[in-house]
Write a protein that binds this ligand. Structure first.
Ligand SMILES: Cc1cc2nc3c(=O)[nH]c(=O)nc-3n(C[C@H](O)[C@H](O)[C@H](O)COP(=O)(O)O)c2cc1C
Length: 160
């Protein structure tokens, strides 16, 4: 059993890319959060719905929740949605017992990082925050990584 679990949510693949990098570098297990409902593929529709959900503090039902119990350390990654964590990750935080865990937090964003890390820290009840990082992708909401890979790798090395 690995002692680290990487939990992430990703729509267009950016957060997935970083989660998989962390998984490889730390030899962790990995769990992708998936909502029961399907979000619109159209970016404008997704953006408008996302705004509504974030503002309402909506927590979409998830297909499954990871069992965090056996792991000492949980890495949690989310895209930034309207300056906050994605709704699916809010659902995770409100169901997972992180008491006594070491937690590593990261967000991906397109230049407006908002309060995601601060909010995730506040949601990590009873956990020790080991490290956190905001990771920048391109400002058009695309898949081009802007934060240097070497910077991300040395961040991982600093806590792994
Ligand atoms: C609904 C929605 C809202 C977004 N809001 C923000 C935002 O407030 N700030 C920001 O920098 N990027 C925002 N973005 C861009 C994403 O955070 C960014 O592209 C992220 O890396 C996407 O991650 P993913 O590919 O794992 O889904 C938003 C994207 C979506 C779909």
């Amino acid at each position: 059993m690995n002692k680290t679990l990487v939990v992430y949510y990703s729509v267009s693949g950016n957060t997935k890319q970083i989660a998989e990098l962390i998984q490889k570098e730390t030899n962790a297990d990995i769990f992708r959060l998936e909502t029961e409902k399907t979000y619109p593929h159209d970016m404008e529709e997704l953006s408008a719905l996302g705004q509504k959900e974030v503002n309402a503090g909506y927590q979409p039902a998830l297909k499954a929740l990871p069992n965090v119990e056996p792991y000492a350390r949980i890495v949690i990654g989310t895209p930034t949605w309207w300056y906050k964590m994605a709704p699916a990750v809010l659902t995770f935080f409100n169901h997972a017992n992180l008491q006594g865990k070491e937690v590593v937090l990261f967000s991906t964003n397109a230049g407006w990082a908002g309060t995601v890390i601060k909010d995730m820290k506040a949601a990590s009840t009873g956990a020790t925050i080991l490290a956190d990082k905001e990771i920048l992708f391109d400002s058009a909401g695309g898949n081009e990584l802007q934060t240097p890979l070497s910077e991300i790798q040395s961040w991982i090395s600093s806590w792994k």
